[in-house]
Design a protein around this ligand. Sequence first.
Ligand code: FES
Length: 56
Amino acid sequence: MIVCVCHNVSEKKIQRAYDAGMTTFAAIRDNLEVGTCCGKCAGCARQVLRDCAQQT
Ligand code: FES
């Protein structure tokens, strides 16, 4: 599933980033540009991070 349409960032890409140590929204924003255009994906991206945190 695509989370950030503006930058074509999928849920999987965020999960991989999380596994690589980018565990905060600020980290994925800075590295993947999630939420830096229209900003509509921010809530969804945070939810993906929360789901990742629960799985570890
Ligand atoms: Fe992510 Fe627009 S959908 S910044």
